[in-house]
Design a protein around this ligand. Structure first.
Ligand SMILES: [Zn+2]
Length: 211
């Protein structure tokens, strides 16, 4: 369908995910990348087989919810038909409860942090849609931020990112990015410290204060 990703998680991250040792947001991002990257998925399966042999219960009980996107939802957001597991079921769950929210001009977000374990660990998880051609100025990161590109692409000082590519940045990593001009860019956003929800809450407060 599309080219193989060129930006991959480090081996330790695949190992950490297989062993269930990563923060929940980062775990989700690595899983989503593996849903779009065959080489990493194969490596991950190898690690999981070892982890299962060592601790049989470790990967048990992680049942996935079947995605239930309506025809209407798929028509409005075609991206939804093309999401890797388990992002697809999280997105279906989120859309059943809410909708895309404006975040800043040209940027909308669908919060996916309704999963109990994600909420409990204060992981911020969202699908973010940024309009084609937008430039996001240089910024730092709170906590460990992982993006997995779902559609479209962007370029920063590390190169070009396309569907399936993973970007992991942490506090002190400064970058600005240019969204590619041909189409909107969708990415899975995860951050293992509050950031997105704080900003959304602040916006909510501003909105209610202004009315
Ligand atoms: Zn990969």
């Amino acid at each position: 369908m599309s080219a193989t990703p060129i930006h991959h998680p480090a081996g330790e991250l695949l190992l950490g995910a297989a062993a269930g040792e990563l923060c929940p947001g980062l775990h989700l991002a690595v899983s989503a990348h593996c849903g779009l990257c065959q080489p990493c998925a194969a490596t991950m399966r190898g690690y999981e087989a070892v982890a299962d042999a060592l601790v049989p219960s470790l990967n048990a009980g992680s049942e996935t919810i079947a995605p239930k996107f309506s025809e209407e939802a798929l028509r409005v957001d075609p991206i939804l038909g093309d999401l890797p597991e388990p992002v697809d079921s999280l997105a279906a769950e989120a859309l059943a409860k809410g909708a895309w929210e404006p975040f800043s001009p040209g940027i909308t977000a669908l919060n996916l942090d309704s999963g109990a374990h994600l909420r409990q660990d204060k992981a911020q998880v969202a699908i973010v849609c940024v309009e084609a051609g937008i430039q996001i100025p240089e910024h730092d990161h709170a906590g460990t931020e992982a993006l997995v590109i779902l559609a479209g692409g962007f370029t920063d000082h590390r190169g070009s990112f396309h569907r399936g590519d993973i970007s992991i940045l942490t506090r002190g990593d400064i970058h600005g990015l240019q969204i590619h001009h041909d189409e909107a860019c969708y990415w899975l956003f995860t951050n293992d410290e509050p950031l997105l929800s704080e900003l959304l809450a602040e916006k909510e407060a501003q909105k209610s204060g202004a009315s």
